[in-house]
Design a binder for this molecule. Structure first.
Ligand code: PLP
Length: 224
């Protein structure tokens, strides 16, 4: 396996070029290292390389790494989250990328003892296998989160289809950005919605060109 440091340097170079192409500032792009495939030791390597954000998609995976790394990183929960698992992870995470239903919002609000930064997961591609709200239901859902004091809607998240077709990817990311701008425009106190969590190992460059502020990178950064 290659050095995380080398991988990170390569990815940062790619990010800088994507920012150059799209007139963006690389400082606005946050890398979340997705460590679900790798050991806690490998995750620690990512921290040594300068990564601050770690992402896990299962509660047991997050807990196992948390035992070793504690609160050195900022923890992101990026996967489908069952309501009954919320209590296992809620005091460890700063960010949840996969809020997509009211029952989950209720549970997060009830169990958290601080405001959790949440992304609303939207299924822009329309693939049946994907989780997330339908785009047309997203605004109403976000408006209904207003009473939940421990939830701050900082942005939207999506997973693009697994394809090399650049136009399909761009369309998907653009739809999420448009939706984000719509929510942002409402000026809701509980939902500033300035961020876009989109882009993974195979599509982060395109996601950045289309406005991503958080990219979730696993295999290309820490390995699989
Ligand atoms: C696994 C995973 C990633 C990272 O995937 P890679 O293709 O390895 O970069 C990003 N987001 C979510 C939600 C994931 O489950």
């Amino acid at each position: 396996m290659r050095d995380v440091k080398e991988n990170l340097a390569f990815i940062q170079g790619q990010i800088a070029e994507a920012c150059e192409r799209s007139g963006r500032n690389p400082e606005h792009i946050h890398i979340v290292a997705v460590t679900k495939y790798v050991s806690a030791e490998r995750a620690a390597e990512a921290l040594e390389a300068g990564i601050q954000n770690l992402g896990e998609n299962r509660d047991d995976g997050l807990l196992a790494k948390w035992e070793v790394l504690k609160d050195k990183p900022l923890w992101h929960f990026i996967g489908t989250l069952q309501s009954r698992k919320v209590r296992n992870i809620i005091d460890k995470v700063e960010y949840i990328h996969s809020l997509d239903r009211m029952s989950l919002a209720k549970e997060i609000n009830k169990r958290a003892d601080k405001r959790i930064k949440c992304f609303i997961q939207v299924n822009v591609s329309g693939e049946e296998s994907k989780h997330g709200l339908q785009p047309e239901n997203t605004v109403e859902f976000i408006q209904k989160l207003e009473p939940y004091k421990n939830i701050e809607v900082i942005g939207l998240m999506t997973m693009a289809p697994y394809t090399d077709d650049e136009e399909v990817l761009r369309t998907c990311f653009r739809r999420l950005r448009n939706l984000k701008e719509e929510v942002e425009g409402l000026g809701l106190r509980h939902a500033p919605c300035h961020e876009l969590s989109m882009g993974m190992s195979n599509d982060y460059k395109i996601a950045i060109e289309e406005g991503a502020t958080f990219v979730r990178i696993g295999s290309a950064l820490v390995g699989e």
